[in-house]
Write a protein that binds this ligand. Structure first.
Ligand SMILES: [Zn+2]
Length: 107
């Protein structure tokens, strides 16, 4: 799980859904602004997830157009959900956070 570097409390996993390399989330316990520490890990997860999802999604889309079989639409939706969930789980597992300096807040 991902914990707040300031107060050490575990952050709710759904908070990480909205966290990217560009924005910050607020710790619900100590209100620290938290940013992604290992941005490269986050980029890799996003890149692999996006690439894999996009590639397979395109493949399924082509198969759907060619066959006209509606079952492929279900597969595409399933794929999007699966990629989204695994990216989320990887973030929870590997992401590290750092507290942002509170002197300047540019949100
Ligand atoms: Zn905290």
């Amino acid at each position: 799980m991902v914990a707040c570097p300031k107060c050490g409390r575990t952050l709710p996993a759904r908070k990480l859904l909205f966290l990217s390399n560009l924005n910050a989330i607020t710790c619900p316990v100590c209100s620290s602004k938290l940013r992604v520490k290992n941005k490269d890990v986050n980029s890799v997860i996003g890149g692999v997830g996006g690439g894999l999802g996009g590639g397979l999604g395109t493949l399924l889309l082509i198969m759907w157009v060619q066959s006209g079989n509606m079952a492929y639409v279900g597969l595409i939706i399933l794929l999007i959900v699966a990629v989204f969930l695994s990216a989320w789980l990887l973030e929870i597992r590997y992401l590290k956070l750092k507290a942002e300096e509170t002197s300047v807040q540019s949100m």
